[in-house]
Write a protein that binds this ligand. Structure first.
Ligand SMILES: Nc1nc2c(ncn2[C@@H]2O[C@H](COP(=O)(O)OP(=O)(O)OP(=O)(O)O)[C@@H](O)[C@H]2O)c(=O)[nH]1
Ligand SMILES: [Mg+2]
Length: 302
């Protein structure tokens, strides 16, 4: 962790992408990782996803790591797709999040609750493979939330993971990397412990491979760089002329600016969307079946 008065300009960043089914405490965990309450957390009783899908989805903490920026992207639940006609809007939201972590995430956090009845409805292994490709699992960490519910039932986390948890195939595919947390509390000591465990796991993971890359991310990055070039005059005027850091640090600043634009401006999102669309079209088609099943079960259970 960075010291409070660290003055060195960051020249690198760590990008974390969080995905998972709705209502798993994903935004709460995103806040813990980001070190700030920036992602809206909703009431667990409401049926609708509490984090509005139009809400900003990214936050960069510039002080939490020594000499690095930490980008946290809280992706919308992958089950927001309703039917074939509402796909486009939802695909754009997903496309935006993919563009926000360009040129590729350093780690993908798959957020699931310690509730198998709920988890069984989502095949995260299949979803991650469909959206990002099977190699993305090599760069993924499973986070089980709601462990307080196990504790209340008198079940130890280890017992639950080893004897009851039905996510063994996913855990195996992710190299048995997992973390557990009760993300409902603002308990700083627990948060720091979780962050330390996260950092240890990330350091282990990065011994193998630092960034998850794919053809999709390469193409998106190319498009973003093209957009950055188009805006270079504007950037020069606004930033570069008064910037005294290194070239690398300036690039980080510009990317930060691009991400803000990406979330605000429909024109830029449009350009990115066109690039991502060709990847997401077939993905969405294959996800639709899963979504239809989820919605059917949701209707039955309400
Ligand atoms: N008991 C318990 N409640 C939790 C835990 N994590 C989050 N919550 C609560 O669950 C509710 C939803 O939390 P969020 O962080 O918004 O979950 P989310 O997955 O982002 O939800 P959506 O964005 O609405 O899909 C809030 O009331 C949280 O306080 C946990 O580990 N245990
Ligand atoms: Mg949320």
């Amino acid at each position: 962790m960075a010291s409070e008065n660290s003055t060195q300009t960051a020249t690198e960043e760590i990008r974390l992408l969080l995905i998972g089914p709705p209502k798993t405490g994903q935004s709460s965990i995103a806040n813990i990782l980001a070190g700030h309450n920036v992602f809206p957390v909703g009431a667990s009783s409401s049926v609708e996803s509490a984090t509005p899908t139009t809400q900003p989805r990214h936050f960069t903490n510039k002080n939490i790591l020594t000499d690095k920026h930490l980008l946290v992207v809280d992706a919308p639940p992958l089950f927001i797709l309703k039917d074939a006609t509402s796909n486009e809007k939802d695909m754009r939201r997903l496309a935006k999040c993919v563009a926000l972590v360009s040129p590729g995430p350093h780690a993908i956090f798959l957020i699931l609750s310690c509730d198998d009845a709920k988890n069984e409805r989502f095949d995260m292994k299949q979803i991650v493979t469909t959206v990002f490709g099977a190699e993305a699992l090599d760069q993924s960490i499973v986070v089980f939330s709601f462990i307080d519910r196990l504790e209340r039932k008198g079940i130890s986390v280890d017992d639950w993971i080893n004897k009851e948890c039905k996510q063994q195939a996913l855990l195996e595919a992710c190299g048995h990397r997992y973390l557990v947390i009760d993300s409902s509390h603002n308990d700083q000591t627990k948060h720091i412990d979780f962050l330390n465990r996260t950092l240890t796991m990330l350091n282990e993971l990065w011994k193998e491979k630092l960034i998850f890359k794919s053809k999709m991310f390469d193409d998106i990055e190319q498009e973003i760089q093209r957009q950055e070039k188009n805006r270079s005059d504007l950037f020069q005027k606004k930033y570069a002329n008064n910037f005294y850091g290194s070239e690398k640090a300036l690039r980080l600043l510009l990317r930060e600016h691009m991400r803000d634009e990406l979330e605000r401006e429909p024109i830029l999102a449009e350009a990115d969307y066109l690039v991502v669309e060709k990847y997401l079209q077939p993905i969405v088609k294959s996800l639709l079946q899963e979504v239809a099943r989820y919605l059917e079960e949701e209707i039955v259970s309400t």
